[in-house]
Every structure is written in structure tokens, then in C-alpha cells.
Design a protein around this ligand. Structure first.
Ligand SMILES: [Zn+2]
Length: 272
């Protein structure tokens, strides 16, 4: 199995650091982008901002911390998260559409500070917004993938990471990748494998293959032994998907790019 980069990870409260040491020593996890999310999911409380930052500090370069951004708080919130030590930002369940112009100062500040933003797009667990500590919005309609096109166009130096492919509006991902080189996709959650099979070899408007902008992720939990097998099993499956399903396609030779190289190339430029 390749070592991998998990581009969408969460930390639970009360971390088992001895087990986290084991992961760090295993050589399997190359990097994980750790999303702070102020919520309880399936009865499990997610780590606080402080715990996410502590994890990043304990394992330098391994866990890249993304702070939850409430865009209604304006650009000073981006500055606060940067000062606290966050590398990037995570957006989910906004009270207005992602491309609402009142959010633009937040995006301008993130662009200025070189902070990438991972946007949850498309399908979301029913009632998730009720479990968030900050105000959320029911359903996925404020998180349509094409809203990222607006932001990418207005802020060409901002790195946007599209989370989950945007199912059920998946063809909007096609447009995002075709036109906007500053949009990449973190593939996890309800994955549309048929779309991957059909489009990984497609080319963007500059002639570059989509398979160079798609990245592995699990959207799983870190911090306790019982959750780790999910990462290993998902990574093994995706490797097999590229090797076996993609055997007769050009994208079948891009498994390693998908599992880590594309993400490592992107994260090298975080903060610039
Ligand atoms: Zn998530």
C-alpha cells in the first residue's frame, strides 16, 4: 500500500495521543488535513480549535490544521484563525449561499494570507446543522458546487478545495475543473465512482488532466484506535480502484497521484 494524504480529516475530543504516536510512526499516513468543525456528529463531539492546533504542533508537517470559518464574522475571523496557527479554512452549512457577495471580504483575506479553503459542497447529513455550535442552515442548497466557480473567478490566487464532489450536482464539478485551475477536489463521503471512471481522463481548458486535481480523503475520525481501520480500508480500496478498474484507462496509472502526490503538490503552496 502507498502511504497516503488524507485531505479531509477530523479530530475527536480527548485524543489518545499514544495511538496518534503509533499512526505517526507507521509510515502509512503522510499528511492529514485536519478540519475543525464545531459540532457533534453521530453523538461524537469533535475536537476544539485548541485540540486541533495541539495535534498540528505535536506532529509538525503531518497534520495541517483547517479552522472552521463562519463567513458572517468577516475578515477579522480569518486573521484570528491565522494567528492561532491554522493553515487553512473549512466552510460548511453557511447561513447564506457561499457566493453571497457579503462573504467576499472573507475570501479576499484568505487569498491575501494564502489560506486555502475547503468547502463542503452538496449532500450533507440530514439535520447536521442542528448539531453545530455556530449557526447553520438546513439542507445543501447554500452549498452548490458552481458557487465555488464564482469565488474562484473573483479570487484567482485563492486555493479552493471542493469537498465531496458536490453530489448530487456532480456535473458542476466538471465545469469547476474545466475552467478554474484554483479549484481542486477532495474525494470522500458519498463518492460517485462512475463519474470518476468517466471523467478522470478529461482535460481542462489548458489541456491538463482532471486526474491531477483530484485527491484522496476519508472524512473519518482521528484520535482513537477504533476509527483508524476506516482510513486503511478506504485507502486500500481506492488504490485497488485505480489499479484494477482503471487498468485499461490512462487514469489507472495515476493512483499514486490521487493518493498523495496531487495533495502534496498543493499543500507545498499553502501559506504563499
Ligand atoms: Zn468532514
Amino acid at each position: 500500500m502507498y502511504s497516503f494524504v488524507d485531505t479531509h480529516a477530523h479530530l475527536i475530543r480527548n485524543v489518545d495521543w499514544a495511538f496518534m504516536d503509533k499512526i505517526a510512526g507507521s509510515g502509512i499516513l503522510e499528511q492529514a488535513w485536519l478540519m475543525h468543525c464545531p459540532c457533534v456528529s453521530g453523538g461524537i463531539p469533535f475536537a476544539t480549535e485548541e485540540e486541533v492546533i495541539e495535534c498540528a504542533k505535536r506532529y509538525p508537517g503531518m497534520y495541517l490544521p483547517f479552522g472552521f470559518i463562519d463567513c458572517t464574522k468577516g475578515p477579522s475571523e480569518v486573521e484570528r484563525l491565522k494567528e492561532k496557527g491554522f493553515t487553512g479554512l473549512k466552510a460548511i452549512s453557511p447561513v447564506r449561499a457561499y457566493n453571497d457577495e457579503s462573504f467576499f471580504p472573507v475570501y479576499a483575506k484568505a487569498e491575501e494570507l494564502g489560506m486555502p479553503i475547503l468547502f463542503h459542497v452538496g449532500i450533507m447529513a440530514k439535520g447536521f446543522w442542528k448539531n453545530m455550535e455556530s449557526p447553520g442552515f438546513p439542507g445543501p442548497c447554500n452549498m452548490k458546487p458552481s458557487m465555488l466557480d464564482t469565488i474562484a473567478d473573483a479570487f484567482p490566487e485563492l486555493q479552493l478545495i471542493q469537498g465531496h464532489q458536490g453530489v448530487p450536482w456532480i456535473n458542476e464539478l466538471w465545469e469547476a475543473l474545466y475552467y478554474y485551475p484554483n479549484i481542486s477536489c477532495s474525494v470522500c463521503g458519498l463518492v460517485d465512482y462512475q463519474w470518476l471512471m468517466d471523467h478522470l481522463d478529461d482535460r481542462d481548458s489548458s489541456g491538463n488532466a482532471f486526474n491531477q486535481r483530484m485527491m484522496f480523503g476519508v472524512d473519518g475520525l482521528y484520535g482513537k484506535a477504533e476509527y483508524w481501520s476506516n482510513m486503511e480500508e478506504t485507502a486500500r480500496f481506492m488504490e485497488e480502484f485505480f489499479a484494477r478498474v482503471g487498468r485499461t484507462r490512462a487514469w489507472g496509472r495515476c493512483g499514486k497521484d490521487f493518493m498523495k502526490e496531487n495533495a502534496l503538490r498543493l499543500s507545498q503552496n499553502f501559506g504563499r
